[in-house]
Design a protein around this ligand. Sequence first.
Ligand code: FE
Ligand code: FE
Ligand code: MG
Length: 170
Amino acid sequence: MGKKAVAIANLDVEQLIQMLNEALAEEWLAYYQYWIGARLLEGPMRSEIEPELLLHATEELGHAVLVVDRIIQLGGTPILNPNKWIEYAKCAYEEPIDPYVEEILKQNLEGERCAIQRYQDITAFTEGKDYATNQMAKTILNDEIEHEHDIEDFLVDLNRLREDIKKIRL
Ligand code: FE
Ligand code: FE
Ligand code: MG
């Protein structure tokens, strides 16, 4: 535990560690949501969407690394048991029961919107008070915004495809 690292954080460190542990649980669940969804995926544009979802999965794990390192720097204990992931996470894990590409993408989209809110909140909580966590949260926030945009683009393209097929039938 870095004493100075904690001392300079001009906020409720316990509350921050709690938020970071919730974020850590969310990252692991987001990782699995993407990872399993990419493997089940069926439907148009599968060959383009699958690698992007796997890339996002890897990026979520990268976020987990940043978050866990910060928890430890702050003298906190990261979640030690995966049983706690669901309990801590505020973002829902949705079982990909329907493997249709649009359904998988919509589940991931919900996750990204929740993640954006999570890092917006951590950024706001640490703004001007804990520069290290603040910078980390902003870095992850930018990734989550990019993820949301990627998924929205896929959904737009799938819709265009559907509209084009309708025109052909006329
Ligand atoms: Fe993430
Ligand atoms: Fe993400
Ligand atoms: Mg991407």
